[in-house]
Design a protein around this ligand. Structure first.
Ligand SMILES: Nc1ncnc2c1ncn2[C@@H]1O[C@H](COP(=O)(O)OP(=O)(O)OP(=O)(O)O)[C@@H](O)[C@H]1O
Length: 274
């Protein structure tokens, strides 16, 4: 059974030279700024119970795609179909800084439709998992990024969503918490939950994922079983690291050209359909 279907997703942002351009674009839309495509026609599907790792160098579109799947950012065009509720755990995932950790737990759960009694019952479990007993009544803006990530992780795993998306959330906590979180994720995996995992740690990907989606310049470079795709990505990362700045720029230029070609082809098909 399909759990996630992403079809022809494009995400376009406007890039402005300066603040004046940004303001002018608000007043006279479409006349200012350059189009920038964070995602250029991305499609993939995941079956129920799949653990899909998103890999790609900085800026390849992993977080944009995670946010779109989680429903936090809308795609410019294309569609996402989910079989169930998705929850995203990311370093800065929707916690309200002015509110305390406890109020954030309550707010998030109320928004998800939990009843007050259920929240009161689950709250101690969340606080204990996050190891925030001493700080839970302090405002979240006073938390370190590791503490925020622990709170986000604890809330999301306790509310038990159908689809769990974890975006770099393990990279900011300490090693012990990362181990505990990985153990929890393994439990979820054994229970047949669908997960998306974004990380720069090849080791964690290897240990944990069934499939790898490799993004490059907002396009799918490869998608398939972890044993097939991850070694290719690892090889690419090693060779990319060794490139000079000039070689890296040339590589980026080529990828940008591929992106332009792909978007132009997409426009042609759309025109033909009309
Ligand atoms: N709100 C925005 N406005 C303009 N550009 C954006 C916006 N959000 C993301 N981008 C751009 O989209 C591209 C993809 O960003 P994204 O965060 O998805 O990449 P990533 O693969 O998750 O990168 P990293 O590994 O560094 O976390 C980047 O070039 C980024 O600058």
């Amino acid at each position: 059974m399909k759990a996630i279907e992403v079809k022809n997703v494009i995400k376009k942002y406007k890039l402005y030279e300066n603040q004046k351009e940004r303001l002018l674009d608000l007043l006279l839309p479409k006349n200012y700024g350059d189009d920038f495509f964070a995602l250029a026609d991305v499609s993939f599907t995941a079956d129920k119970g799949d653990v899909v790792g998103f890999v790609g160098i900085n800026g390849s579109g992993k977080s944009t795609l995670s946010n779109i799947i989680a429903g936090i950012v809308p795609p410019t065009t294309g569609e996402v179909k989910l079989n169930g509720e998705a929850a995203l755990i990311a370093v800065a995932s929707g916690l309200k800084g002015e509110l305390s950790g406890r109020d954030n737990i309550e707010l998030k759960m109320l928004m998800l439709g939990f009843r007050r009694e259920e929240i009161k019952e689950l709250e101690p479990e969340i606080i204990e998992f996050a190891e925030l007993e001493k700080f839970i009544d302090q405002p979240v803006k006073s938390y370190s990024s590791g503490m925020k990530s622990r709170l986000g992780f604890a809330i999301s795993v306790t509310i038990n969503p159908d689809i769990l998306i974890i975006d770099e959330a393990l990279s900011v906590g300490d090693k012990a918490f990362a181990e505990k979180s990985l153990a929890k994720m393994k439990e979820f995996k054994a229970a047949g939950k669908t997960m998306i995992f974004v990380s720069h740690s090849i080791g964690q990907m290897k240990r944990f994922c069934d499939k790898i989606l490799w993004l490059e310049y907002g396009m799918v470079k490869d998608y398939g079983p972890v044993d097939e795709v991850l070694p290719k990505y690892e090889e690419f990362v090693n060779s990319f690291r060794k490139m000079s700045k000039k070689e890296k720029d040339a590589y980026r230029q080529k990828a940008a050209e591929r992106q332009n070609e792909r978007l132009a082809a997409k426009r042609r098909t759309l025109r033909r359909k009309r």
